[in-house]
Write a protein that binds this ligand. Sequence first.
Ligand code: AMP
Ligand code: MG
Length: 470
Amino acid sequence: MFCILRILGFLSFSLNGQLRVLFAYVCHVQESIQIVPSQLGNQLSFTLALPYGRASDTLPDAVIMVGPLTQYNMIAVARALKMITREVRALPAERVAIEDAVGRVLAEDIAADTDMPPFDRSQMDGYAVRAADTKDAPSVLKLIGESAAGRGWKGRLKAGEAVRIMTGAPLPAGADSVQKIELTQEADGNVNITEPTAKGRFIVPKGKEVKKGKVVLRRGERLTASNIAVPAAFGYAKVKVSKRPRVAILATGTEIVPIGKRPKPDQIRNSNSLMLDSLCQAAGAETVILPTVGDELSELTATISAAAKTADLVITTGGVSVGKYDLTKEAIGGLGAELFFEKVKLKPGKPTVFARLKRSFFFGLPGNPVSAAMTFHLFVRRALMLMQSASAVELPTGFAIMEGVAKGTRERDSYLPASLATDANGRLLAVPLRWHGSSDFIGFASAEALVRIPAGTSLTSGEVCEVLFL
Ligand code: AMP
Ligand code: MG
């Protein structure tokens, strides 16, 4: 294999003008360089076997990743999303007790097993009557029985008769209306209906809300606190749902210390793992937070490899950029990962890695907390939803009026954190947050939406903008 090397600390070369080395770090080049090509999915990877200066030198062999000559392998957000959709496979379904089903995605349609309501139901405490008997009210009717919720009256009501009835109780046969208790007086086995009532008044007819057999929730919908009553009402003691994706979360970086530890001057507390853990759980995943690893290749490789054995998805933060100690790509390369993308035309969140590691998937997110959150919302969330066969894989989107100015970048789509407000004309406003870029997780904390600014565009105040609701 013939290639031209340029050593600049980082190394780049081209093969037939088609391929470009993405990164490599070479320390001392003393003797001839042996190039060992190997395949990294649809990419080629070359290991340079280099004799290092000192025998004790622990630096690994330099790895050069070669890919098609796109703009430094930076792909459009839309293409990255397509790749995730193309690659990620749905997990199987399982039956769970309905008590454990909130947050899960339905793998079956939920159908009504009865009409709802199952009988003509009274909406009021009062008296079941024939409306015609109250036409010339006040009218005194003979009280012949009582219909309570769970203890309906079995007979048939005739002209001139009334049955005492409670909210939720079945309307007796023969009755066609209810008069509320406030407009009645009961005495001596009779009831005086003081005002006329109309046919159908204060009654919800059988099947009015739903007819037996109708699908009321569709597969792919997520069960929530708002809709869990639906399968419960139709007897689904167990529901078929997609399995929860098992996610392993790994913060990388020598500077990262646990939350409970006081950081030394050059250290940072690990806020990413907990944030991603919460985001993943909210997206339906089962999570485990792994102990942080430093920027050390063998430990990083071993930890990712072990995690990929049991997790459906491994997420790391940090170490995906082009610095000397950004080793994540090298680690997964060494594990034979199939790399789908490693840079996205996105701000913040450019250096984002998506790969397959045998039977699990891998996201290498940037270490900056805001970048990590952003790339979660755009990419990881989608993968988790696809695994659960959810019908909605994206954050809900819509439009708002921009309340402020924002300048996009030339080649990347920007997502700007914003809060939401309404004005006196009932318009939804997106108010950009005051924040200091992709490391400002405090500014980002109050974001309610992300304003999309397509590459090469900017937004002026009062313009309609596209928003993703968080
Ligand atoms: P990196 O992507 O490794 O270059 O990290 C970028 C920045 O994010 C650095 O300032 C890190 O200190 C910070 N960072 C990396 N990992 C974490 C983490 N787990 N929690 C909070 N900040 C982090
Ligand atoms: Mg780092």
